[in-house]
Design a protein around this ligand. Structure first.
Ligand SMILES: Cc1cc2nc3c(=O)[nH]c(=O)nc-3n(C[C@H](O)[C@H](O)[C@H](O)COP(=O)(O)OP(=O)(O)OC[C@H]3O[C@@H](n4cnc5c(N)ncnc54)[C@H](O)[C@@H]3O)c2cc1C
Length: 380
C-alpha cells in the first residue's frame, strides 16, 4: 500500500488548505458565535469546483474519487467543523444518492445544481421518535393518481432551511417493514406543505443549520420517487456506507486542527522557565494526539480507497467513523487541557473543536450503533 497521496490529490489538498486558511479560519469562531450559515463560503467553494468532488462530470461534478473527497472534507474540518458538516451532508447525503439511484432526468434537474454548487442538498431520515432505529418511521407517502402525498415530521436535518432539494424517506407500504420505505425528492421552495419548524441551538456546529421539518400534505409528482418504491432502506444503507467515510474524514480534520493548535501553543507557552512542551506530561499528550490523528487518517483513507475499488465498505467505513470520531473528541479535549485557562476561552480554537467533535460520535449512526454494525460484520 502506498501511503503517499497521489499528486492530483495533494494539489487539491494544498489548494483547499490555502482557501481554508485565508477565507474560513479568520471567521470560524465568528460564524459560530453568530449562528450564521456562511453562504458566501459555499459560493466560493463552488467557484473552486469543490461542491461536487466525488460526483460525475457528466452532471457537473468534479469527477474525483472518494479519497479526494475525504481529503477535502478533512481540510474543511481542520478549520471549521460546521462548514465541514454542511459540506458533507450536501455531498454524501443530499447529492450522491441522486447520482447512485436517480434517472437521467432526475440527475439533470436535481443533481446538476448540487454538483455545480448552485444549490445545497439535504437528506431527511431521522424523526422525533426514530433515530438509531430509523426504519421505524412515521412519515408516510400515499399514492394519489400520478402524485404522492407526504405527511410527517423529520428531525435534525442538516441544511434543510438552505437546501435546494431534500431527499425524504417515507413509508409507502406500511406492512412491508424495511421493504416498505421509499425516497422522494422534495423541493423546499416550490412544494406547498413543506415547512422548517425549528432551527436548533446546539452545543457546537452552530454555523451548520440543524432543522426540524414538517410535511403537511406535500403533493409531489410521481417522477420525484428516487429509484423504485420499497428501495428506500437499501439506498439508506448504501448512502451511510459512503457518508460514514466523510464523517471520519471530517473528524480527522477536527483532530488535526486541535493537535496543531496544541503543538504550537505548547512550544510557545512558558512555565517554570521553559516551554511547557518540555514537560513529559505535556509532550506525551501531544505525541498521543499525533498518534490518534495518524490512525484516524489511515483508517479513513483505507475505507475511501476500498470504496473507490468497488469493495464492500460497511465494516471499514463504520470502523473509520468509530475511531476517527473518538479520536477527534479525545484530541480536542487534550488540546483544551494543553491550553490551560486559555483553552477554556473562545479566543482559542480548542473549545470549538471539542464541542464540534462530540457530534461526530452521534450523527450518521452513534458509536454504539457502529459497534453493532462492526459486531455483526465480525459475526458476533
Ligand atoms: C447536528 C446534527 C445533524 C444531523 N443531521 C442529520 C441529517 O442531515 N439527516 C438525518 O436524517 N439525521 C440527522 N441527524 C440525526 C442523527 O443521525 C441522529 O441524532 C442519530 O442517528 C441518533 O439518533 P437519536 O438522536 O434519535 O438517538 P437515539 O437513537 O434515541 O439514541 C439515544 C442513545 O441510545 C443509544 N442506542 C439506541 N439504540 C441502541 C442500540 N440498539 N444499542 C445500543 N445503544 C443504542 C444511542 O447510541 C444513544 O446513545 C443529525 C443530528 C444532529 C445532532
Amino acid at each position: 500500500m502506498n501511503f503517499d497521496l497521489p499528486a492530483e490529490h495533494r494539489m487539491i489538498r494544498d489548494q483547499v488548505r490555502e482557501f481554508c486558511e485565508e477565507e474560513i479560519a479568520p471567521i470560524a469562531q465568528e460564524i459560530e458565535d453568530e449562528h450564521r450559515f456562511p453562504r458566501e463560503i459555499f459560493d466560493e467553494l463552488a467557484a473552486l469546483d469543490m461542491m461536487g468532488v466525488p460526483l460525475t462530470e457528466e452532471y457537473g461534478g468534479l469527477g474525483g474519487d472518494t479519497l479526494m473527497y475525504a481529503v477535502v472534507a478533512e481540510e474543511l474540518g481542520r478549520v471549521s467543523g460546521g462548514i465541514g458538516l454542511s459540506y458533507v451532508a450536501h455531498t454524501s447525503l443530499g447529492a450522491k444518492p441522486i447520482e447512485l439511484f436517480g434517472t437521467h432526468e432526475q440527475k439533470e434537474e436535481w443533481l446538476r445544481p448540487l454538483a455545480e454548487g448552485d444549490g445545497l442538498g439535504a437528506w431527511a431520515l431521522t424523526e422525533p421518535g426514530s433515530g438509531s432505529d430509523a426504519s421505524d418511521m412515521d412519515t408516510v407517502a400515499e399514492k394519489d393518481g400520478d402524485e404522492y402525498v407526504l405527511n410527517g415530521t423529520k428531525q435534525f436535518i442538516t441544511n434543510a432551511n438552505v437546501a435546494n432539494s431534500v431527499l425524504v424517506k417515507a413509508v409507502t407500504d406500511p406492512g412491508a417493514g424495511y421493504d416498505g420505505i421509499s425516497t422522494f425528492i422534495v423541493d423546499p421552495e416550490a412544494d406547498d406543505g413543506f415547512e422548517v419548524t425549528t432551527v436548533w441551538d446546539k452545543m457546537g456546529l452552530n454555523c451548520s443549520p440543524t432543522c426540524e421539518i414538517a410535511l403537511d400534505d406535500v403533493r409531489i409528482p410521481e417522477d420525484r420517487l428516487l429509484g423504485n418504491e420499497g428501495e428506500g432502506w437499501t439506498q439508506t444503507m448504501k448512502t451511510l456506507d459512503g457518508g460514514r467515510i466523510s464523517i471520519a474524514a471530517l473528524s480527522t480534520g477536527l483532530a488535526q486542527g486541535a493537535y496543531e493548535a496544541a503543538k504550537s501553543y505548547s512550544g510557545e507557552r512558558e512555565q517554570f522557565g521553559k516551554p511547557i512542551s518540555k514537560f513529559d506530561a505535556v509532550r506525551d499528550k501531544v505525541v498521543d494526539m499525533y498518534r490518534k490523528v495518524e490512525r484516524a487518517r489511515l483508517l479513513t483513507h483505507k475505507a475511501a480507497t476500498m470504496y473507490d475499488g468497488g469493495e464492500d465498505v460497511t465494516r471499514a467505513s463504520a470502523l473509520a467513523k468509530l475511531d476517527a470520531s473518538e479520536a477527534a473528541r479525545e484530541v480536542a479535549e487534550d488540546s483544551v487541557q494543553v491550553h490551560g485557562g486559555y483553552g477554556y476561552t473562545t479566543d482559542f480554537p480548542p473549545q470549538r473543536f471539542y464541542r464540534d467533535a462530540k457530534l461526530m460520535e452521534i450523527g450518521e449512526g452513534t458509536s454504539e450503533i457502529q459497534h453493532l454494525v462492526i459486531g455483526r460484520q465480525l459475526g458476533l
